[in-house]
Design a protein around this ligand. Structure first.
Ligand code: ZN
Ligand code: ZN
Length: 185
């Protein structure tokens, strides 16, 4: 079974921070988080890093750097590898209820902005999932100079030089072979 982020180690209560004035800040450590990334992506290592939230006039400015690695395969030799990725977050997050009165805020003028929950929680699960998808390298390599696979036999070239029966063939037989191939059957 895939381990997921059940109740939100990427969810942070920011009620106290909202009650403070602009400029107040908090740091939220992130450790050991495995997300459900769908069918295409799997984390090889848990997320680690720190989320910083700064109180602004309007809400919060959320920044952070998180590191993890994804299960992948080398785009040249197809070997299974772990692909390290770093994601940098920078999001303005606005309340959905007035922090002072609890009254709902009209969010229709800014429908695309990330919102805190009604309970003053910062939920970053979906944002982080998206950032991981975007950070996935298109053609990861097991090492920068991976020589890939032999075009003739498909063997890994990193395992050393190798011969083929074709290249070791007796030159006289080679002549015979091409002669036969040229003959109409
Ligand atoms: Zn490789
Ligand atoms: Zn080969």
């Amino acid at each position: 079974m895939r381990e997921t982020d059940p109740g939100g180690r990427l969810t942070f209560n920011v009620a106290r921070l909202l009650a403070e004035g602009p400029g107040a800040s908090r740091a939220f450590p992130v450790a050991g988080v495995m997300l459900d990334l769908g069918d295409e992506l799997r984390q090889a290592d848990p997320l680690e890093g720190t989320i910083h939230a700064v109180r602004t006039n309007r809400g919060l400015l959320v920044t952070g750097r998180l590191e993890t690695s994804l299960e992948g395969s080398c785009s040249r030799c197809l070997e299974d590898i772990e692909v390290p990725i770093t994601i940098d977050l920078e999001e303005e997050v606005l309340p959905s209820v007035d922090p002072a009165t609890g009254a709902p805020i009209d969010t229709s003028s800014e429908p695309d902005v990330l919102r805190l929950t009604d309970h003053h929680e910062l939920e970053l699960g979906e944002t982080v999932r998206e950032a991981i998808s975007l950070a996935e390298p298109i053609a990861p390599l097991c090492r920068p100079d991976c020589p890939g696979l032999c075009a003739v036999c498909g063997a890994e070239l990193s395992s050393g030089p190798h011969d083929h029966p074709d290249s070791a063939i007796d030159p006289r037989l080679e002549v015979l072979r091409s002669f036969r191939a040229d003959r109409p059957s």
